[in-house]
Design a binder for this molecule. Structure first.
Ligand code: FAD
Length: 442
């Protein structure tokens, strides 16, 4: 049968190659390291973890824990390698980073259907079945080639994201729904502040601790997206005339315009997630939680993801990608990993897993598959291809992406476990009915 080319042997590319090879389809896997380096990787190993050695939460009351369990059932090489090289880490799955990436390298390189080529790919191959999995630090020439294909405006080089909170954690007694000047449907959640509340918040914001900037990330501010804390340091007025301006937003309960307003905008179609408008930030995550919970209504906010600002090459998946990880305009071209706008090691590998299964299927003359939306892996694929395209930001696995349960369960842990139970049942059924024998996990 047809051969598939995979570019990049990171978390996503290694997984994709594995999933293609298990179908009996030949893979040529290109990895530029160690010949060409990136600004973050230090070795020549596959699936190198560039920062933390944690693959995050292990339990099924945690969305990334569910995602990992789904991947295990789908015979993920990343999960098998992680489970084999794990180190004690409480409720998380952490690994010995060297043993882990060595393990992935050995398994992938050792697969008889996979040929590894240590070479940089400068341009998207013009024909054949191809998976691009070159990650947030995709080399420049390939980035240019991707931009040519997707259109310049649909390829991003930086991720400057505002925090996203779960709607159910917002205190609706303190906020109100309105759009500025009453325009259109009332769409925003508005958190009003008195002058005293603003002053307290302001002082905390300018004193909060930012995450250190990597050398290769320093350019980020020149892209026209300034972190909220940097803006704040220019003076109170910058905020009051910027992201916190109250004009046109009278509080319906008083009829008065508050001193300042923080707005939240709907982030997913199910309206379970809201982002804080204009609050892209480089503060440490703990500091974000502390300072942003000073905003009236957000005292108990739970964050689906914190704000980040870093170098991150990714495409506007809602505009250009299908839920099967195929490019809309060229169905033999797949994207996988962080470059599709998923965020995180496990999420990147999960994207590689679906892209790999589907690339292998296309090579075998079969239809690609859409994974069920009530699984974590399927929900992530759905999110990145259906999120609001104008404000598309990379996303972690979180329960907010899965359809809610029919019943109301108070206890959060219990509720999450039920969602996981439903997801795993759905995955089993999907594997039985849609995956043929060669792809079902043993
Ligand atoms: P990668 O793992 O980066 O794999 C891409 C591969 O493609 C690399 O091996 C690269 O050498 C290769 N490549 C690139 N261009 C070419 C080319 N033209 N030809 C051939 N090969 C090429 N996520 C977390 O969950 N936890 C963290 O702590 C974390 N920290 C991060 C820190 C930094 C500095 C960055 C940039 C990201 C971090 N991430 C983290 C986000 C993300 O999970 C990782 O970047 C993850 O490695 C992404 O997986 P990937 O497979 O998409 O890309």
């Amino acid at each position: 049968s047809n051969q598939v080319t995979v570019v990049g042997a990171g978390l996503a590319g290694s997984e994709a190659a594995w999933q293609i090879a298990r179908q009996g389809v030949k893979v040529r896997l290109y990895e530029m390291r160690p010949v060409v380096k990136t600004a973050a990787h230090i070795s020549g190993n596959f699936a190198e973890l560039v920062c933390s050695n944690s693959l995050r939460g292990a339990s099924l009351s945690n969305a990334v824990g569910l995602l990992k369990e789904e991947m295990r059932r789908l015979d993920s090489v990343i999960m098998a390698s992680a489970d084999k090289t794990c180190v004690p880490a409480g409720g998380a799955l952490a690994v010995d980073r060297d043993l882990f990436s060595q393990e992935v390298t050995e398994r992938v390189t050792g697969h008889p259907m996979i040929e590894v080529v240590r070479e940089e790919i400068g341009e998207i191959p013009s024909d054949g079945i191809v998976v691009i999995a070159t990650g947030p630090l995709t080399s420049l020439s390939l980035s240019r080639s991707i931009a040519n294909l997707t259109g310049e405006e649909y390829l991003y080089f930086y991720d400057a994201a505002a925090p996203i909170v779960h709607k159910e954690s917002i205190d609706f007694d303190k906020v109100y729904i309105a759009s500025r000047y009453d325009k259109g449907e009332a769409a925003y959640i508005n958190c009003p502040m008195t002058e005293k509340e603003f002053d307290r918040f302001y002082e905390a914001l300018i004193a909060a601790e930012a995450a250190p900037l990597k050398e290769f990330e320093k350019e980020v501010y020149f892209e026209g997206c300034m972190p909220i804390e940097v803006m704040a340091k220019r003076g109170r007025q910058t905020l009051l005339f910027g992201p916190m301006k109250p004009v046109g937003l009278p509080d319906p309960r008083t009829g008065k315009i508050p001193f300042a307003v923080v707005q939240l905008r709907q982030d997913n179609a199910a309206a379970t997630l809201y982002n804080i408008v204009g609050f892209q930030t480089h503060l440490k995550w703990g500091e974000q939680a502390r300072v942003f919970r000073m905003i009236p209504g957000l005292e108990k906010a739970e964050f689906a993801r914190f704000g980040v600002m870093h170098r991150n090459t990714y495409i506007n998946s809602p505009r250009v990608l299908k839920q099967t990880y195929q490019l809309q305009s060229r169905e033999t071209l797949f994207f996988a990993g962080q470059i599709t706008g998923v965020e995180g090691y496990v999420e990147s590998a999960a994207a590689g897993l679906i892209a790999g299964i589907n690339a292998g299927r296309v090579a075998r003359g079969l239809d690609p598959l859409v994974f069920p939306r009530d699984t974590a892996i399927g929900a992530l694929a759905y999110y990145i291809t259906h999120a609001a395209p104008d404000n598309f930001q990379p996303m972690n696995a979180t329960f907010g992406l899965l359809p809610s349960l029919g019943e109301k369960i108070r206890d959060k842990r219990l509720k999450n476990e039920k969602i996981s139970e439903r997801a795993l049942a759905s995955l089993t059924e999907f594997m039985d009915t849609s995956l043929d024998q060669s792809v079902r996990a043993r």
